[in-house]
Write a protein of this length. Sequence first.
Length: 310
Amino acid sequence: TFLLPFKKPKEYNVWLIFTKVSQRSPLRYKFHNLLENILNISSVPLKFHIIVDNSSKQLAVGEISDVVSHSNKAIFYKFYDVEACARAISDIVDVMTPHFSSKPGTYYSDALFYISLGLYRIAPPSQRTALLLDCDLYFKKDIRLVFEEFDKFKPTALFGLAPELTPVYRHVLQTYKVKKNSTFGEYYHSKAISSNMQHPRGFQGYNSGVVLINLSAIRKSKEYSQIIRNETVQYLTSKYKFRGHLGDQDFYTLIGFEYPDLIQTINCGFNRQLCVWWREHGYRDVFDFYFKCQHPAVILHGNCNTKIPK
Ligand code: UDP
Ligand code: MN
């Protein structure tokens, strides 16, 4: 007998976090603009999974109906309660917060920064892949292109991330670098090849405004559950003398140093950050080396509240 190759249908899960929103907060129109933008530009059937608190949920419902009423497309969406999500990942949050949060806040505001690391517990078990997006994004090209990056994952990759485009990790790694002469935290050189095989051209760290998550691979991975344990995080942060303040992306950056097989580096065009804060704060001389992105932009990211040119 022959077994016909059975190809699972592609799924297009988009996860958004929409919490602590009030009538007049900028996040409200960012969310509106992003939904409208994605709806216009997507050629694939999307499912939205939106993490909300009670009051933000009402605002989200309003924005969704507004976007739908001005479009000829439907939006398929489901809400997830942020407090339930926080409970599901509380062990991860407890491990990460002391190293990667600027000032520990309330119970669920800490959890917000680490959702991507525990999404495999929050998403329904049938969900195999997820794309977690910030709300301050603008798609220049079809979101399908982002999902196609999953097909290029190396077999060991659990997450797909684009580089951080500022010298923030050069800054964070200052103490480590003067002692070790390492290329970690260095900008990507087009020619320089260092002794480090995994990141031969410097390594700027990762930005988590766009996170591709291979949920089924994470659920199967024996290594992953070890890596998010306190022992590993203690080991990594002390080895690199690393004290961050950017949540999950600090952890991904450390994983990029130590366990690069677990992360697929996607190109900077998939998360073209626009924040230039570090240019004016001590790094004017090197900023542009980090900031440059020679790939065509698929997603613009108006981080640190930067206005997105359209
Ligand atoms: N976010 C939220 N409530 C907040 C702040 C942030 O739900 O009060 C979510 C939202 O999805 C946002 C993401 O967290 O896009 C990351 O925040 P932001 O994009 O402002 O950070 P940046 O990219 O500037 O570092
Ligand atoms: Mn952002």
